[in-house]
Design a protein around this ligand. Structure first.
Ligand code: ADP
Ligand code: MG
Length: 691
């Protein structure tokens, strides 16, 4: 067997305990060690004069002990001052032994390493790494010291020793580890070979210091590139795999299509027609559609979905429509009932609220097939739901669902070789570069046009000090028969606090605005209660709706034309844009007041002004990406998706375009390289098990 494929236990210094710990890091073979790259480096290549130390630096320096004492001031600590001929610095230990304080006697020469900070007595360093030395000769390292990611119980020195052995074995026979990237690509991007890149990162040259610290080295770029490429290629190959399945051919006759479009209370926009055409083409093929429809809030995605449903119904297949909240499901239910009222179609509405006999009746209608359209929430993928013949799955606001939920629903429509078509819709515009990474397994349609007559929402950024004035504005607004949303945001993680804030605000506003009918809706209410309040607001039984961010998705109240958002600085721009999309749905001019809390950082100001200047969700998402970085924009930190070993989207975002170009070169000219690249980086992952 090739040496590099042997288990790490073969290396000296790697005992059974270490084997278990290495495994936790995903390291089993010697080859895996080669790809366990440092996440940072320490510079022990030279001794810094104490005078040159400044806070934040983590460097090597030496000095002679002046005095050592146990300081009772504040927290009990051992304080030791050392100096060289340039200055002094204080070493501080909160945990120490008596022996330690004896060892650090005046006159003792020390070498220290650690991060410098400023304390009461000037420069200090807490719990430094230190060694008692007899001279300053031979204490520096020849190159930067790599710091490897560890796991509990595993020591840095164990990892370093193991990796050093792995590198030696690799260099003895470099042919064992093939470079997966074709020469053509290496040349085109001026990348070093795999072996050069790995060596450089494990044993960096002195002169690469700055570039390494900044992640700017060709070696890093090359590996990050290859890793991103692997992620992109696996999504593309999943997409290919989906196309191997059969799917029912769904189509409507020209007459059915005309009747449907004629019965709508509006003219479809060109963008809607274009996306509908894309869906028609997909559903006509006998392979599953897997399409993402992106479109700003209010761009009219629902009716496009309804057209897709028509295709399924006309071919005698069932359609399942899944929405993330009851409110939205309810709204779809109303819309679909309206749009399909001339057809024979029976629409089933299934939510978690539904119990007992009513639920049974609906479940059997779904199973027997008398229900053609099935609209619901998460309740749709419960085990008790069995479809007669599911041909199309529509998922609204897909970012609210996990991949597993989507898969569970798909299973229900699967027969031995056939799968339902899938249409997923999102109002969260994803910047192009990120979409490429996250969604290259899907075909993407974009509705980039709003229905005519929509005025952009006038957006103003106002400090909370002007609350009184804003309340007066609400008063005025109501007098003109218009309705208002008042959105309370708070730290997103705490729903309880958010609801409390909304309750308080509602009380306060009820008092401040005695002639106005105030209602409150928040996430901790029962959904029946929430629904009835929303319905009441829609029917204009209330003038002012105080809400938490639960109203973010979908709700449609055309007469509401003023929105106040408290603490907008706490939310992502795309989320704010979505909230704002609740107004501007009617024909009167609409306003959104972003009532921020002072002091607001420069970045905060800049972000809010983007919202004032643009009403295009894609532009806003791109700008947010620029300002906040991909992690925040994609929300991947929470979902755990897209975890990379080496690539770092904040740093490597510019590589993404090149990755896409390279992927198509490889697919066309070097198809054999694809599997090797995927295996190297994602061999054991189940992250993308399939869509
Ligand atoms: P979203 O894309 O945010 O899901 P909806 O599908 O809820 O948007 O549509 C928003 C509103 O616009 C709804 O009231 C819908 O009936 C209406 N609408 C959709 N398409 C058009 C159109 N082409 N012309 C006019 N109104 C439309
Ligand atoms: Mg919608």
């Amino acid at each position: 067997m090739e040496t590099l494929l042997q288990p790490v236990s073969l290396l000296s210094g790697v005992g059974p305990q270490s084997v278990i710990r290495f495994k936790k890091l995903g390291i089993q073979s010697i080859k895996d060690l080669l790809f366990h790259l440092p996440h940072r480096y320490e510079d022990r290549t030279k001794i810094y004069p104490i005078a040159s130390l400044s806070p934040g630096m983590a460097v090597l320096f030496c000095g002679t002990v002046e005095f050592t004492e146990v300081s009772p001031a504040g927290r009990r600590s051992l304080v030791c001052r050392i100096s060289d001929h340039t200055g002094y610095i204080t070493l501080k230990f909160f945990h120490f032994t008596a022996k330690q304080s004896l060892d650090l006697s005046p006159g003792t020469l020390l070498s220290c390493f650690g991060e410098i900070r400023y304390g009461y007595q000037g420069k200090e360093i807490v719990h430094p790494e230190y060694k008692i030395i007899s001279s300053t000769d031979n204490i520096t390292e020849p190159c930067l010291s790599p710091i490897y990611p560890l796991t509990e119980g595993l020591r840095q020195s164990t990892v370093r020793k193991a990796i050093a052995q792995a590198l030696t074995l690799y260099q003895q026979d470099p042919e064992q580890l093939k470079d997966c990237l074709p020469q053509q690509i290496l040349k085109q991007y001026n990348f070093p070979s795999l072996s050069q890149a790995l060596l450089e990162l494990h044993q960096p040259e002195q002169q690469s210091t700055t570039q390494l610290q900044q992640g700017n080295l060709a070696a890093i770029k090359r590996l990050a590139f290859e890793e991103l490429l692997a992620h992109h290629l696996i999504l593309l190959s999943n997409k290919q795999a989906v196309k191997q399945w059969q799917a029912p051919v769904l189509k409507a006759t020209e007459e059915q299509s005309k009747d449907f479009i004629k019965s709508l209370p509006f003219q479809l926009t060109n963008a809607q027609y274009r996306v509908i055409d894309e869906i028609i083409a997909d559903c006509q093929s006998s392979h599953p559609m897997l399409r993402l429809v992106q479109g700003d809030v209010g761009s009219g995605k629902t009716v496009v979905a309804a057209y897709a449903a028509l295709l399924a119904l006309s071919s005698n297949y069932q359609v399942a429509i899944m929405a993330p909240t009851e409110l939205l499901a309810e709204q779809h239910n109303r819309n679909f009932n309206q749009w399909f009222k001339n057809s024979e179609t029976h629409i089933a509405y299934l939510t978690g609220q539904l119990k007992g006999k009513a639920r049974k009746t609906i479940l059997s209608a779904i199973e027997e097939g008398s229900a053609g359209i099935i609209i619901g929430t998460h309740a749709l993928f419960q085990e008790s739901v069995k479809f007669h013949q599911l041909g199309l799955i529509i998922i609204d606001e897909q970012h609210r669902f996990g991949v597993h939920q989507r898969l569970a629903l798909r299973e229900k429509g699967q027969t031995h070789n056939s799968r339902p078509h899938q249409l997923v819709m999102t109002a969260t515009p994803i910047p192009r570069t990120l979409a490429m990474l996250q969604y290259s397994d899907l075909d993407i349609s974009i509705i980039d046009e709003l229905p005519p007559g929509r005025e952009p929402v006038m957006t103003c950024v106002i400090p909370a000090e002007r609350r009184e004035q804003i309340i007066e504005k609400v008063n005025h607004w109501t007098a003109n028969n218009n309705q208002t949303y008042w959105v309370c945001t708070l730290i997103e993680e705490s729903e309880v606090l958010q609801c409390e804030a909304a309750e308080k605000t509602a009380e306060y506003l009820t008092e401040a605005l005695p002639n106005i009918r105030v209602a409150l809706v928040h996430g901790r209410m029962k959904s029946a209660e929430k629904d009835s309040i929303m319905q009441g607001f829609k029917n204009h039984h209330y003038d002012l709706l105080v809400a938490t961010t639960v109203i973010e998705v979908g709700v449609d109240v055309p007469n509401a034309s003023l929105m106040i958002i408290e603490n907008p600085e706490r939310l992502g721009l795309s989320q704010l844009h979505q909230l704002r999309g609740r107004v501007g749905r009617g024909d009167q001019e609409s306003f959104c007041l972003l009532m921020y809390q002072n002091p607001l950082s420069n970045m905060g100001k800049q972000r809010l002004s983007i919202l004032r200047e643009s009403s295009d969700g894609f532009v806003i998402a791109e700008k947010d990406l620029e300002l906040r970085g991909p992690g925040d924009v994609m929300g991947t930190r929470q979902t755990g998706l897209m975890q990379f070993k080496i690539a770092n989207l904040e740093r490597d975002i510019l590589l993404v375009n090149q990755v896409q170009v390279a992927a198509s070169i490889i697919s066309e000219q070097h198809p054999n390289a694809i599997q090797a690249i995927i295996d190297r980086w994602l061999g054991q992952t189940t992250l993308y098990s399939e869509v």
